[in-house]
Structures are given as C-alpha cells and as structure tokens.
Design a protein around this ligand. Structure first.
Ligand SMILES: *Cc1c(COP(=O)(O)O)cnc(C)c1O
Length: 386
C-alpha cells in the first residue's frame, strides 16, 4: 500500500488532507517525496513560529532532550519555571499553568473563571459569554464555548453555561450580562478559524470595561493570535486592555505540543493543589523549545513581522481577484472572487502552500520568513486569484 492508502485506511477520518506529503524542510521551504519545493505560508497552522527544522530551536530542544525529556510535575525542572517567568515578565501576568494544546489552555481558563466566580459571587454564577463565529477548541467544554452551531450539531448535550453574542455588538453583550450571571467573557482579538476577522478596538475596550466594572473575568484566547503572530507579542497588547486570563498555544512551542494559561493579579491564586493538572503539561523539551522561541520574538522581529504584513496587505489590496484583505501581522485572510479551494490547488501546483478559513484564503507564514520568499509567494497567489 502507498502512504496515502495506509493513512486513509488506518487514520481516523477527521481531516480533509491536501494531496501533498511533506518529508522535510528548512525554514519556510518544505519538500515533498519527489523533491518538489514549496514555500510554506501555513507554518503548521501558526505553530512553527521560526519555520521547519530551525537550527536554534532544534539545538535548544535536543539539548534538553538529551538531559531529561520528562519527569512529571511532581518535581522541579528548569525549563517550565524559566518560561513562566519570561511570559509573566513580558505581559504583566502573574502565574502560568502549562498544558499541551490550545483547547487545554482554554479548559484551564474556563475552570479558573468558574472557580473565581463561585468563590466570589456564589455557585449560580458560572455562565461564560463568547462570540458568535468564535473558535475555542474541540474538547466538550471548548466546543461548547465555540460560537459556531455547525460544530455543535452531532455532540449534544453540550457543557451547560455558555452563551454567545455577535462580535462587535456591545449592546448585545451588555444585555447578556444583565440577563445571565456571567463568570467570564472570552474573546479572540482576531477570529481565526471564523475567517480572520479582527474585532473592533472600541468593542474590545467596551467589553473589557464592562468586565472590570462587574468583576467578570476577561479571558483572551491568544491560541492563534499569540506569540508574535499579529505583530506584537500578544494581540491584546494592541487593544489597550489588560485581561485576567490569556490562553495561548500554537506558536508558543515552535512545533512541539505546548499550551499555556496566563493568570493576572485577580485570579493568580484561584487554583490550589489538586484543582487542576496535566501529566505532560510543562514538558521540559517543549518548554526548552518555547524559551528559544519566546526569547527571539523581540522588537526587531516584531518590526519585521509588521513590515512583511504591510507589504502583503499593499500588494493583495491592489490585486485583481482579491476583494478584501483582513487580519493583523502575519495572520491574514483574503476574500477572493474565485473559489478559495481552487486557488489553493493552483498555488500548490506552483509550489506555494496556504490555508483556508471559512471561504477565505488564510496565510500564517513563519514569523521569520525571508522577504524574498514573501514576494515570490505573493506573486504566485496574486496570479492564481486572477
Ligand atoms: C487552534 C485554536 C484553538 C485550539 O487549539 P488546539 O491546540 O487545536 O487544541 C483554540 N482557540 C483558537 C483561537 C485557535 O485558533
């Protein structure tokens, strides 16, 4: 059997894979089994922050791998402690819980918010408000948090205690806060899976103010937008707000499974021993990789992310066949006249890999993608959109 047949026979049928097998890569260039080269604008859905097989990251990971790969959270190890310190120092958050994925980071945030609300307001205050068209993960609680009906249909009953209001509708959010006893409001600053839709700054500020006035926990889901993706370390930093909880994952580990829930002053001591945990969470190898990733997301790199973003926005905005460009930093969505899936197929043919989000083309290149590759790939996409 060839690889595609083995995969289709034995792997659960949950992914509509592109018809491409990737066998190796370097940075933002990857190669299939025939040696064909592709420029990668997917970075593993925003995970390989510095591209594939990045030398510095590989060195950091292998050094830790050869020292100790796992000890459990019953012992002290240095990489998770150092990473938590770096995350707190760069955000003003106070404590970190490490998980292994975005969904798990959100699970932690949901549990912290519920416990805080139960302790301060009583056990009947547990409802978490999220937005219509949001995406927060695939576990039952995070699926229930996700404001997209089509993900819910086959998995009833969902976890109770989630309500959804439309993005950028502050009045609807205020009305829901009166109607329900809200424990938390949870937002993505740019809805990623929902179609790369940034929230309006006034809405985000208004939601944050409402949370502050009513002692409602503000959770910002930075699983996709975090770790330099939008041109600042975290996207919320461009909205002039200070969340109580920030969940992140994807780019943080640079390619190894790692999620984190950052806790602000108000909720830093909510979790006590036994309240939450994870066998793998804060794994030393994943954290050693993340330390390398995070230490390289400095002002210079963020400036380059913003410059490449501006270049792409400019050339795509001027292109025939592209109706709109949305997003922030190197998280961009293109609304095209032609069908997005057909455009992606034409791009693959010409050696460029990109993603979709709803009916848009979604670009999530590595943060350090060289400008020559940005230009080369943009020309291919523009041509395919004509
Ligand atoms: C990808 C994503 C998640 C889920 O992350 P997993 O690592 O797949 O569990 C949650 N929230 C947002 C905003 C995401 O983009």
């Amino acid at each position: 059997m060839d690889l595609k047949t083995i995969d289709q026979t034995y792997i659960a049928n949950t992914y509509a894979r592109f018809p491409v097998e990737i066998v190796s890569g370097k940075g933002s260039e990857v190669f299939d089994e025939t040696g064909k080269r592709y420029i990668d604008l997917t970075s593993g859905i925003g995970v390989t922050a510095f591209g594939v097989a990045d030398e510095e990251w590989v060195k950091a990971v292998t050094e830790q791998l050869c020292k100790v790969q796992h000890m459990s959270n019953l012992f002290y190890t240095a990489p998770d402690a150092m990473l938590a310190q770096m995350l707190c120092e760069r955000t003003g958050m106070k404590k970190v819980f490490f998980a292994n994925s975005g969904a798990e980071a959100n699970e932690c945030a949901i549990k912290v918010a519920r416990k805080y609300a139960a302790e301060t307001k009583g056990a009947d205050t547990y409802t978490i408000l999220t937005l219509v068209n949001s995406f927060h993960g695939r576990t039952l609680a995070t699926l229930s948090a996700t404001g997209q009906e089509h993900y819910h249909e086959l998995f009833q009953p969902l976890v109770p205690g989630f309500v959804h209001t439309p993005a950028n509708d502050l009045e609807a959010l205020k009305a829901a806060a009166k109607e329900h006893k809200l424990a938390a409001v949870m937002l993505e600053c740019v809805q990623g899976e929902g179609g790369v839709v940034p929230l309006e700054p006034e809405f985000v500020k208004g939601a944050a103010a409402l949370c502050k006035e009513n002692d409602i926990v503000l959770i910002i889901d930075e699983v996709q937008t975090g770790n330099g993706r939008t041109g600042t370390l975290y996207a919320y930093q461009q909205f002039g707000i200070q969340p109580d909880l920030v969940s992140t994952a994807k780019g943080l580990g640079g390619g190894l499974p790692l999620g984190a829930c950052l806790m602000g002053e108000k909720v830093q001591d909510v979790l006590k021993p036994g309240d939450h945990g994870s066998t793998y969470g804060g794994n030393p190898v994943a954290c050693a990789g993340a330390l390398n990733v995070l230490s390289r997301i400095d002002d210079q790199l963020l400036k380059e992310v913003q410059e490449k973003s501006q270049y792409l926005i400019d050339v795509f905005s001027a292109a025939d066949g592209i109706e709109s460009v949305t997003g922030m930093g190197l998280m961009l969505g293109l609304k095209t006249k032609k069908d997005a899936k057909e455009i992606l197929a034409a791009c693959r043919e010409k050696g460029v890999l990109a993603l979709t989000a709803k009916d848009k083309i979604r670009l999530l290149p590595a943060l350090n993608i060289p400008m020559e590759l940005v230009k080369e790939a943009a020309a291919v996409i523009i041509d395919a959109c004509k």
